[in-house]
Design a binder for this molecule. Structure first.
Ligand SMILES: CC(=O)N[C@H]1[C@@H](OP(=O)(O)OP(=O)(O)OC[C@H]2O[C@@H](n3ccc(=O)[nH]c3=O)[C@H](O)[C@@H]2O)O[C@H](CO)[C@@H](O)[C@@H]1O
Length: 355
């Protein structure tokens, strides 16, 4: 039997790649020939190649909401990307293009449309990013993580299904996690995750209250590339990592509380694992504000507390953790009843329906 081809796209941050990988891992490799189109230099190349999926790099440019010379150059890069993506897609003749958004996905979606290839989009954030705003009109079906997102997208083809979470995230072992971290006593574990890019301000705030934190907790600190602080490497009960690959499920299984950015994929993973969280969203100066809305939605539903970076001090961080501890049981109850468990299966079923 000839295999059917499916092409994935999305990039710019791990947030656009890891949910694609969740699906890629689950697709039957005997039935599907899986390919990935990403940007030439993006973070997605490393993550996708690690998963053993053929990667095709195309030109891509940052899209901005305003116009300047760089933007003009980027429009040419996007156009070139369209031609490159079209050439690749024409050769592959895929049954489906699955896009997670990010700048690189726009030329791929447009190229797929010109070849009449069906297009599925999954939007992870509460409000659609610019790439998915442009791409939505070309999509056959659109899926969202948040219920609230449906109102920003065409009603006739959009459905809220939740976040497709890698199965292994839900299958970690707390015992292995503690062993890996080297935490022997049974103090609660706080994992700090500044998104796939780390977070300087969060790192500084955490390190400035390290003695108070390690008195009561064990700390697993994912601080981002280049952000390790060697002077703290001998602090008992404190472990630092630039980024964690395969051990993340075990570490999260051993985690009692999380301090995190508001990246959609991470916070839905914590929700699925029922780990109470303090979310410190990226500010409007650092982003388009998507994480602020993600955090607000989670806080309103009782899954998390929000601490805005503008108010982040030693005192507010410790106070937020105290409040988190007090509200933990109630939050876990709300998470248990609020989490949509089957986004990954829903997407697999929808993909299987494609002729
Ligand atoms: C800076 C930026 O633009 N952030 C955006 C980016 O998030 P960003 O990619 O930073 O973060 P997300 O939380 O969405 O995803 C991170 C993914 O990487 C994994 N992980 C992270 C750290 C680690 O050490 N190991 C590991 O495996 C997490 O488990 C998660 O699956 O895309 C998200 C989804 O569109 C948006 O909500 C964010 O606003």
């Amino acid at each position: 039997m000839k295999k059917k081809t499916i092409v994935f796209t999305g990039g710019g941050t791990a947030g656009h790649v890891t949910p694609n990988l969740a699906l890629i891992n689950e697709l039957d490799k005997g039935e599907w020939n899986i390919q990935y189109i990403g940007s030439k230099k993006g973070i997605e190349r490393e993550l996708v190649e690690k998963a053993g999926v053929p990667y095709h790099g195309i030109s891509s440019g940052k899209l901005r909401r305003y116009f300047d010379m760089e933007n003009a150059k980027d429009i040419f890069r996007v156009l070139r990307g369209c031609f490159e993506a079209r050439r690749i897609l024409k050769k592959m003749k895929p049954r489906l293009l699955f896009s997670k958004g990010g700048f690189v996905s726009v030329p791929v979606v447009i190229a797929a449309r010109t070849l009449q290839i069906p297009i599925f989009i999954h939007e992870s954030d509460l409000t659609p990013g610019l790439a998915n705003k442009i791409s939505q009109r070309f999509a056959t079906k659109i899926f969202t993580s948040f219920d609230e997102t449906v109102k920003y997208l065409p009603a006739n083809k959009t459905i809220a299904i939740g976040s497709p979470i890698r199965r292994e995230i839900l299958e970690g072992s707390a015992e292995k996690g503690r062993k890996y971290l080297g935490f022997d006593s049974w103090k609660p574990v706080i994992t700090i995750m500044g998104g796939s890019l780390g977070a300087k301000r969060i790192n500084e705030a955490v390190r400035s209250v390290l003695p108070q934190l390690t008195a009561n907790f064990h700390i697993a600190h994912i601080c981002g590339k280049g952000n390790l602080d060697e002077s703290l490497s001998s602090v008992k009960g404190y472990k630092q990592f630039e980024y964690i690959h395969g051990e993340l499920p075990d570490i999260l299984a051993a985690t009692n509380f999380v301090i995190t950015r508001g990246g959609s994929n991470s916070i839905f993973e914590f929700l699925a694992l029922e780990i109470p969280m303090v979310i410190i969203p990226l500010t409007l100066q650092q982003s388009r504000g998507d994480q602020i809305l993600n955090a607000r939605s989670f806080e309103e539903k009782g899954y998390s507390l929000t601490l805005n970076e503008e108010n982040l001090t030693e005192e507010t961080l410790l106070a937020a953790l105290e409040e988190l501890k007090n509200k933990s049981a109630e939050m876990k109850k709300k998470m248990k009843s609020g989490y949509k468990q089957n986004a990954l299966d829903t997407l697999l079923e929808e993909i299987a329906k494609v002729k």
